[in-house]
Design a protein around this ligand. Sequence first.
Ligand code: 3PY
Ligand code: MG
Length: 255
Amino acid sequence: MVGIIENKFKKKLLLGEKQIGAWNTICTGSVSELFGYAGFDWVVIDTEHAPSDPVVALGQLQALEATNSSGIVRPATNDTVLIKRFLDIGFQTLIIPFIQDGSEAKQAVEATRYPPEGIRGVAGTSRATKYGSISNYFKEVTKEICLVLQLETIEALKNVEDIASINGVDGLFIGPGDLAASLGYLGNPGHPEVKKFIKDAIIKIKALGKPVGIFSLDLDYAKECFDDGVDFIAVAMDTNLLMKQSKQIISRFKK
Ligand code: 3PY
Ligand code: MG
């Protein structure tokens, strides 16, 4: 019998250690482990905006586990059954998109908890329990689960106090792409009005005592966000890196 697996990402979050991450949308373990070996603290295995599902994400998580990087899954939606499936295959940290209010936050928390605190279904020999080898899994699992909720609309930020007050919410994550759309600046997350809104949101979330994360491929802006108090930032995405680098190479040879 073995003990519960420590959630390194959550531990660092609680210690206030800043962490940088990568967004993995090319759904293969090769890319996940590449990001891990490159040295990112965490990697989001995206299934919201990527052609993926729990079967594919499992291979990506297994690949990442050979590195020092923490695997985080983003389910396509705040769905109890999907969340259960990702937990059962061994994800400990989840980032749930489009949380709009306290009741949706509560629903997400309950999906990650066994009764009586929640409604997670029970599987005794899942991969999460090392197929029944983790003796204290049911008792200890909650403290190693890290639930991050994405706030990406005006509505969500209006309800940020309610969302943050739900017990079991470990962190909040700003989605600049969707937030920009919600503010009327579709495709322009770098617009000054969006940045101003985000800055205020960061201040609000920090005042509520919650760790806050964000996604930004603009590295100067990402550094500013760190200075403003953001705890974890995704600063790279596989498709973006490949496309950018490919175009740069081609431009050396073709006008
Ligand atoms: C967004 O920017 O909307 C995202 O979901 C990515 O962080
Ligand atoms: Mg989004």
